[in-house]
Design a protein around this ligand. Structure first.
Ligand code: UD1
Length: 418
């Protein structure tokens, strides 16, 4: 798979309708949370992406039976007999650490390989540990593993204030609080739509959670969880944003359906500021774009701010703007690394710390480039759609992690890509 390349002939007009798959960042957490109950869970609208296959491997390693049928995944946790997530799996996907909370609840202990560095930033786990310690979990970090064990007094609900609204920490805390004795209040909680999806799923399993979508979560603990069948994952807002950028580059009209446009409020406002026309329904957005792009500054922030996971894709639009733009990345310190690849395609980008100062060019020029991470890979494909001539994107295994059939979906819109 790592030998694969994506080849794009740039400059084709794009139009038509594309449907997004289920949200990667949601389904991975739902799969992990299914471990809370002993029974059979089914999740629909599951994307066929390599991160989902890896999470299935993590669950199998823990003793679960996992199978796929079209877009439905079935997870049988009755045979769960292991609480260790090994390094060879966690190394491939940091989101494996989402099993930490569920394993603590199910076994009273967990052994999860400490994730290493990552292409987009250092990605600490201190907020997970300090929050869970407040609930009565003891941690020891040895030989590359996080060893967690519930103290003799058991899990108890507490008031916890996060120093930063971390998505992963909010999720692990929410899962453990759902099973802790008494009431938990999590302040400065992350508010991402995927957090709300997890809260909805946990509620269906028997949890009592209030305040999802706000910075304060109040959770009343319970000891009884039951497996849920037929749960439908929300549509992937980041995949939707990626296709909307493709529509802006290719002129449109491109209709992106299968997601909630409310989840993309700030990116949609930025597309309008860039000069695109949008028509929105309950579950779709249609984009058309004529002429040049109006320079538009962007800064990434926790939800509902502009998502860091769309920053590289929007950099492609800013790199083509009629003037100068500044992008400020506030979430991950290394997320501008891919700007060097855009530079190889002719972009004029100057990086100063967490600011990218971009002087717009008229058009990219096709070149061989390399994907450094998932969203950077998608952004390079987008740049290639605009480029004069042919581009070859290598290391596309990063793209397979989070996009189901990206090339097929873009072909459906008229792109010359294979
Ligand atoms: C999740 C998403 C990822 C997205 C990110 C931010 C998944 C699988 N991944 O990642 O696609 O880009 O949210 O929206 O859902 N931090 C700490 N200490 C901690 C935890 C985080 O300092 O204990 C820092 C991180 O280093 C990073 C920032 O907080 O700089 C954001 O991290 P977080 O919100 O936790 O992101 P993830 O859950 O890793």
């Amino acid at each position: 798979m790592s030998e694969d390349r994506i080849i794009v002939e740039g400059g084709k007009a794009l139009a038509g309708t594309v449907r997004v798959s289920g949200a990667k960042n949601s389904v991975l957490k739902l799969m992990a949370a299914s471990l809370l109950a002993s029974g059979t869970t089914t999740l629909s609208n599951t994307p066929r992406i390599s991160d989902v296959l890896l999470m299935a491997d993590v669950l199998r390693h823990l003793g679960a039976n996992v199978s796929f049928d079209a877009d439905t995944i079935t997870i049988d946790t009755r045979t769960l007999d292991n609480y260790e997530a090994p390094y060879e799996l966690v190394r491939k996907m940091r989101a494996s650490t989402a099993v930490l909370g569920p394993l603590i609840v199910r076994f009273g202990e967990a052994r999860v390989a400490m994730p290493g560095g990552c292409q987009i930033g250092s990605r600490q786990m201190d907020l997970h540990f300090s929050g869970l310690e407040a609930f009565g979990v003891e941690f020891e970090n040895s030989h590359g593993f996080i060893n967690a064990r519930v103290s003799d007094v058991g899990l108890r609900g507490r008031e916890v204030a996060l120093g930063f609204p971390s998505v992963g920490a909010t999720e692990n805390l929410m899962v453990v609080a759902a099973a802790a004795r008494g009431t938990t209040v999590i302040e400065n909680a992350a508010r991402e739509p995927e957090i709300c999806d997890l809260a909805r799923f946990l509620t269906a399993m028997g949890a009592h959670i209030q305040g999802q979508g706000s910075p304060v979560l109040t959770i009343e603990g319970t000891s009884s969880f039951s497996a849920v069948t037929g749960y439908e994952t929300i549509g992937d807002r980041i995949e939707a944003g990626t296709f909307l950028v493709a529509g802006a580059l290719g002129g449109g009209p491109v209709t992106v359906e299968g997601f909630n446009p409310e989840h993309l409020r700030v990116p949609l406002a930025k597309l309008e500021a860039l000069g695109s026309q949008l028509a929105t329904t309950e579950d779709s957005v249609t984009i058309t774009h004529e002429g040049s792009f109006t320079p538009t500054d962007i800064q990434t922030l926790p939800y509902p701010g502009f998502p860091t996971d769309l920053q590289p894709q929007f950099m492609v639009l800013d790199a083509l703007a009629d003037g100068m733009c500044i992008i400020t990345e506030n979430i991950f310190e290394n997320r501008f690394v891919f700007a060097d690849e855009l530079f190889r395609m002719g972009a004029t980008i100057h990086i100063e710390g967490h600011h990218a100062i971009i002087e717009g060019i008229r058009r990219f020029s096709g070149a061989p480039v390399e994907a450094s991470d998932l969203r950077a890979g998608a952004a390079l494909v987008l740049a290639a759609l605009n480029a004069e001539g042919s581009s070859t994107i290598s290391e596309v295994r990063h793209i397979y992690r989070g996009y189901e059939d990206l090339t097929g979906k873009l072909q459906g819109l008229g792109a010359s890509i294979h």
